[in-house]
Design a binder for this molecule. Sequence first.
Ligand SMILES: Cc1cc2nc3c(=O)[nH]c(=O)nc-3n(C[C@H](O)[C@H](O)[C@H](O)COP(=O)(O)OP(=O)(O)OC[C@H]3O[C@@H](n4cnc5c(N)ncnc54)[C@H](O)[C@@H]3O)c2cc1C
Length: 430
Amino acid sequence: MDRRKVVIVGAGFAGLDCAKRLVGEPVDVTIVDRRSFHTFQPLLYQVATAGLSASDVAYPVRGIFQRAPNVAVRLASVTGVDLEHRLVRLAEGPPLPYDHLVLAAGAAVRWFEVPGAEEHGFPLYDLADAIRLRNHVLSQFEAADADPTLVEAGALTFVVVGGGPTGVETAGALTELFAMVLAKDFPRLDVARARVVLLEMGDSVLAPFSHRARRHGHDELVARGVELRLGERVTAVAPGEVTLASGEVIPACTLVWAAGVRASPLADVAGLPQAAGGRIVVGGDLRVPDHPEVFVVGDMAAVPGSGGRLLPQLAPVAKQSGRHAGATIACEAQGRRGGRRFRYRDRGTMATIGRGAAVADLPLGVNLTGVPAWLAWLFLHLLLLAGFRNRLSVFVSWAWNYVTYDRGPRLIIEAPGAPGPEGERGPEST
Ligand SMILES: Cc1cc2nc3c(=O)[nH]c(=O)nc-3n(C[C@H](O)[C@H](O)[C@H](O)COP(=O)(O)OP(=O)(O)OC[C@H]3O[C@@H](n4cnc5c(N)ncnc54)[C@H](O)[C@@H]3O)c2cc1C
């Protein structure tokens, strides 16, 4: 009998864990990604704030499967799926045939149709976004150093939209970068005038966390000088200014958008039923109804959780769902029945606010805050990173940053076009 062809779209947490589960199984796997590397999204904000280098949070996909003869890697953008003929369409080259398809293309930034946000805001979703934001932040300081009158026009005002973990982590890291590093780099500039404003629509930051964690997050942000605006919404973004629902206009050349994600645009063209946020509807076994040969996993899937709610778009959900789809395909390839229901094991959620400050809601109602949560956060992220080299490099960078209060990779790799009050986005850096 011919070996079954498995095509996995996306080498994120979900796609990688699915492919890893299929190594050595009697199937031929092709993992397709538009990037040659896997990105560790939870640490992107540290690249954007010069805590880590880009290469610390990215790992070549081919390197992961060097010793897996049944896994091929394909660098290509998937443009659609022909469900009838079981083909994956690529922007480059002929379509790929499949017997099993695993869609794991992740999510994309959700701009909520706020006028000007997409044109003038800085998303933080992939590595290019993080480098672009780092270039821009550092360039704003260079511009203000050359012409301090720009500070009044918002050159050093950084508005972060969204009080979830990404917004909180980014806001906290920006204040540390300014106070601990840039204040020394720019002795002639009054760096204390730099503002970080965190906007959150709801009435607290870190909304999905426990009350204790939310309180701790709030207090730590305020202690670090973040201006917290709760119950506040952005209604428009223009070059050099951010308009709020209250009518206030903040002169600001930088708007970091951490307000939410939706499913990858690939979900819109796959021709499959979608749920909230564009996520593809799947059954309890992660297959698409009426297409048992198609699995959807990770951020792209609307995976039913307890109480009818969808599982959150988090790395552990992606990893576990990817592995589950891989195990089901492996069972069937071995001639066994593989239709088990996916059960998500929630081992808790964490977020860090900065040096020595984090929150961790763990199973059995254990809520850690402060240094214990921060150490748990550091340890877990080191463990989750792909590749020993990256783990070692991140560990050394963190130790260096902690001991010296320094940030090595504060480099403007490609200077943005014209830093200044226009708040232009820089060109994409590699
Ligand atoms: C800034 C940020 C911080 C986060 N922090 C945390 C955190 O602290 N803890 C946590 O648990 N979760 C966190 N998350 C969420 C977590 O990263 C995601 O839930 C997880 O990455 C989802 O995995 P995935 O495999 O579904 O998608 P992804 O990891 O996004 O992978 C999708 C892959 O598909 C590829 N792809 C997309 N479209 C195409 C196409 N058309 N053709 C070919 N390839 C394509 C992409 O290049 C990518 O490699 C964070 C997310 C972000 C953006």
